[in-house]
Design a protein around this ligand. Sequence first.
Ligand code: DOR
Ligand code: ZN
Length: 346
Amino acid sequence: MSDTLILRRPDDWHLHLRDGAVLRAVLPETARHFARAIVMPNLVPPVVTGAQAAAYRDRILAALPEGMTFEPLMTLYLTEDTNPEDVASAAASGLVRAVKLYPAGATTNSASGVADFDRVRGVLERMAGIGLHLCVHGEVTDPEIDIFDREAVFIDRVLDPIRRTTPGLRVVMEHITTSGAADYVRAAPADLAATITTHHLVINRNHILVGGIRPHYYCLPVAKRESHRLALLDAALSGDARFFLGTDSAPHVDANKQSACGCAGCFTATNTLSILAEIFEREGALDRLEGFTSRFGAAFYGMAPNDGTLTLTRGDALRLPEKIETEDGPVTVFDPGFPLHWRVTP
Ligand code: DOR
Ligand code: ZN
């Protein structure tokens, strides 16, 4: 087996960068490896208009250290008041690459999300007309639905009706966590794809709950049972171009994770590529890594893959930082629970 792998420079099709001190601290962790990322708009207040997206993009670029290159692909946060014309003009200028649908209350900073899906039909139809992608957080928020069933119910009650009533809309079902979601994507026409996170390929719900509660493994959608993790692994390793990497790397400072009401999110920007190389190697599928990290997502978004490459070299176990320091406090890096051997260099 070769100990060196040349990988076309990857993209992250679902990323949280936040703002201010946390943005400054976490941006280099992504930009070191990834050329581009779809940047989530769930700031406080959320990024709703084209003007807000332009200002956020400027703040991201201002936070990028000298000598690093990175292209933020901006998104708009869909609300029931979103103006279809504002969306269309932000897309036409090339600023905005996708619109993000959060069901109201589904996750971190999603209070302004959508409760009545009929009220966003006009925006969705406009998006279908201009070929602008919809990214969805696929969980219902109905308190009567068990948290482990929320993705499955979302597919039936929300996603499938939206796709049927808005033909031509290109949809990314983000951070899928169930075998049912993977099956749904496989069975759909080519206008539907899914991102898979690094952490959902590594953990199941036992990691969060057995032997004590582990806040750094708590994310949304919450990790499911082992059979679902194996189904996600199968999808990621399959070489099916409808499944690609969106890390959902979601920094929260430790004080907000290690709390009586801890925030959802795993911070994986620092070690994602080393973790993925370890997993793909273990499964004898290193030749499929580049499709998952560097080709399939760009193709679905209609973009060319990146020109540059990274070199991954297998060696002794890596010593990566356990925390990233920010002026607001430390952010814990996701611990996969196994040693990592693939070093990533430009
Ligand atoms: O775990 C998560 N964290 N899931 C999300 O959907 C949001 C994210 C965040 O913003 O922290
Ligand atoms: Zn997210």
